[in-house]
Design a protein around this ligand. Structure first.
Ligand SMILES: *Cc1c(COP(=O)(O)O)cnc(C)c1O
Length: 238
């Protein structure tokens, strides 16, 4: 087995272990391979090991890789901050958006999707720790956001859940608390609003995905544990 497939097998084994330890089915956790800053060849190698979901955080870079791989069995996840004017690059190319945080972007996406007759699964990014340096809707603003979102139909968009990032370098207790908060917010949202299919929790990265699985993650976003470290200069970018 080559090095890429070995790393992949290690991550899959840890997913299985973490899921079983908390009484969950490993298949209930979707692994998104975060491939930002890596060339298309690296993605193709991982796809050859059996990986299907890939995550990118910049519209132009991601769009280029989707075109380069042109494998219809792959699913593409957009993870980065998304300006309204980039909606055109996302709609019809990516299958998932994890980082919705404003309604203007939802409107722009919906217009593009309606025009191309495509669909996009959308998660709202929540700033669970209310850190002013972080992206996402503040927990206190989530219900008003959901209310405004539901005020009119959003053609082409399927609102499927919530996404969050844990505090960087936090202890197990601190990180798990942030993940638990997201799970509770999703549960409260389902109770307060009519949200069919709102079942996804996107949380957990290379350093903390087993904890995220223990707290109910249905999607984990793993970069370095699959691809190795990103180039230092590139790692500074979002
Ligand atoms: C880069 C990134 C990841 C992956 O981080 P790793 O630490 O490399 O696993 C996950 N989610 C988002 C939103 C990212 O930008």
């Amino acid at each position: 087995m080559d090095e890429t497939c070995e790393r992949y097998a290690r991550v899959m084994a840890r997913i299985e272990e973490a899921a079983r330890a908390s009484g969950r089915e490993p298949a209930a956790v979707r692994l998104v391979a975060v491939s930002k800053f890596h060339p298309p060849e690296a993605l193709a190698e991982l796809a050859a090991c059996g990986q299907r979901d890939f995550g990118e955080s910049r519209a132009k870079e991601g769009g280029a890789k989707i075109a380069a791989l042109s494998d219809s069995a792959l699913e593409w996840h957009f993870l980065g901050p998304l300006q309204r004017n980039k909606a055109r690059v996302i709609a019809g190319r990516f299958h998932w958006l994890h980082s919705l945080e404003n309604l203007q972007t939802a409107d722009a996406l919906s217009r593009q999707l309606a025009a191309s007759n495509a669909r996009l699964r959308v998660l709202i990014e929540v700033n669970v720790t209310a850190d002013p340096r972080k992206h996402g809707v503040a927990p206190a603003d989530l219900f008003p956001f959901l209310e405004a979102y539901g005020a009119h139909p959003r053609m082409g968009l399927d609102l499927v859940g919530l996404m969050a990032m844990a505090p960087h370098g936090g202890s197990e207790g601190v990180v798990r608390k942030a993940f638990a908060r997201l799970r509770e917010l999703a549960g409260a949202s389902r109770q307060a609003f009519d949200l069919p299919g709102f079942n996804e929790l996107s949380m957990g990265m290379s350093d903390d995905y087993p904890w995220a699985i223990a707290e109910g993650a249905t999607i984990i976003r793993v970069g370095r544990a699959l691809f190795g470290e990103r180039a230092p200069a590139a790692a500074q970018a979002p």
